[in-house]
Design a protein around this ligand. Structure first.
Ligand SMILES: [Zn+2]
Length: 441
């Protein structure tokens, strides 16, 4: 530990370590296992757990199964504990979820949109503000994943939708400010419970402030590194397939973001010999040949603009030819990137999982000839993500918890909870955890 010398600093440091360990293991390890993992004295662990429980940060439940002897406790999220709001904005819809310590997520809303920045982001901003008010000071931050390159500060370009330098935090904020707040003259008063129902809450006013905005592929890769197949992998390649394909290299658990944050763009490399013009402005982009748009194009259906998801899923399920063409293009590109980066493993999320299941042999057969001779004896495995479509959402969540799980973040939480006894947010929609994802309530 660096710089922690006083007993108070050491305690603050150990609080962060313990919460981080609970979060990273999915709240699935017992107190004694965590005590051993973190090399803590048993007494120290007891004091830490008690303090964190008092601060509404941790709650222990008896282990479901334990050997004879004393029941074992499993530290997990507190029922009034911190929540990250995470959103995945796809080209045709967005999904908003509340995520608790340990990674349990509950979907709050899932809504289609018209593909414009205002049509997609203002209602999302309003939903974030509404749920933020309802959940009050439990909300520790907001993470938003978008299907395009995101520059530092949250400026996003989504070529397929014609978005250029869209100020995502700004549009979210303007959407948030459109909803009446409790206490505003026009706001409906909560039935019989008055203004103590929830504190006023606006996007950007909470802790720690501005939303964390990032690229969906980079977030999916981050989630894969924390909770999926890339956990503990030093160099991995992650590819996320939706309407088109995105890819990023993950080194020591972190997606390489580039100098301005827009580095995760393997989909815009000319890896398949195509001469098709990509909406990004370049010619022959790999992403033109892999994903829902390519599936639709293959069978002669209209494509682009974030339309046609249902039809593309139908093609994916029924057209072997279209699936094989997608898989061949995917395999050729993977070979090029494996030659360049020498990853230990290649992971696929989104439609990539289905392409692998439906046409894995075709994919690998078209990858093999593109590999350098020195790579052929022991090529990296190509594997589907266990997180499926949840990766981008979970990665957005991780970014929020990364900012929170620090001595400063926990101190802010304490300062914002002067009297936890009165904290009774409505939990009707945030009651259980599931990594598989719940239906919207
Ligand atoms: Zn392109």
């Amino acid at each position: 530990m660096m710089g922690a010398t006083t007993s108070g600093e050491i305690r603050a440091h150990n609080r962060v370590r313990l919460l981080r360990a609970v979060h990273d293991c999915g709240a699935g390890r017992t107190r004694s296992q965590l005590t051993r993992d973190l090399r803590l004295a048993r007494g120290t662990a007891s004091v830490l757990v008690a303090g964190l429980a008092e601060d509404d940060l941790l709650h222990e439940e008896p282990a479901r199964e334990h050997a004879r002897g004393r029941p074992t406790q499993v530290p997990g999220p507190h029922p009034r504990g911190p929540l990250a709001l995470a959103a995945d904005v796809r080209e045709d819809a967005w999904e908003l979820a509340a995520c608790e310590l340990g990674g349990g997520t509950t979907v709050l809303e899932l809504r289609p949109h018209d593909g414009t920045p205002d049509g997609a982001l203002r209602p999302l901003g309003a939903a974030i503000a509404a749920h933020g008010r309802r959940l009050g000071h439990r909300v520790i931050g907001v993470g938003v994943a978008l299907a395009g390159p995101v520059r530092h500060g949250g400026l996003v370009d989504i070529a397929h939708l014609g978005w250029r330098s869209v100020d995502v935090p700004g549009v979210l904020r303007s959407g948030a400010s459109e909803t009446p707040r409790p206490g505003d003259p026009e706001a409906p008063r909560p039935d019989g419970r008055g203004d103590q129902e929830a504190p006023p809450w606006r996007l950007g006013e909470g802790v720690p402030g501005a939303p964390v905005v990032g690229n969906d592929t980079a977030f999916a890769a981050l989630a894969e590194a924390r909770r999926g197949r890339l956990r503990g992998v030093r160099v991995g390649l992650h590819l996320h397939v939706d309407f088109d394909l995105g890819g990023v290299l993950v080194v020591d658990g972190l997606p390489l973001g580039g100098a301005s944050g827009t580095g995760a763009e393997f989909g815009h490399m000319p890896l398949t010999g195509s001469d098709r013009l990509c909406p990004c402005g370049a010619i022959g982009c790999w992403g033109m040949d892999v994903g829902a748009n390519a599936l639709l194009r293959h069978v002669g259906l209209a494509y682009g603009g974030g339309r046609g998801r249902a039809q593309a899923e139908e093609v994916l399920a029924t057209s072997e030819e279209a699936v094989a063409a997608n898989a061949r293009a995917l395999g050729r590109g993977v070979a090029a990137l494996v030659n360049a980066h020498d990853p230990e493993v290649v992971t696929l999320s989104g439609h990539g999982v289905e392409l692998l299941e439906r046409a894995g042999a075709t994919l690998k057969d078209s990858c093999a000839p593109g590999l350098m001779a020195i790579r052929r004896d022991d090529p990296p495995p190509i594997e589907g993500s266990a997180l499926g479509w949840r990766g981008a959402l979970l990665g957005a969540m991780e970014s929020v918890f990364d900012a929170f799980l620090t001595p400063e973040g926990l101190e802010r939480w304490r300062e914002n909870h002067p009297d936890q006894g009165h904290d009774t947010p409505d939990q009707r929609n945030v009651t259980h955890s599931t990594m598989k994802g719940a239906e919207p309530t």
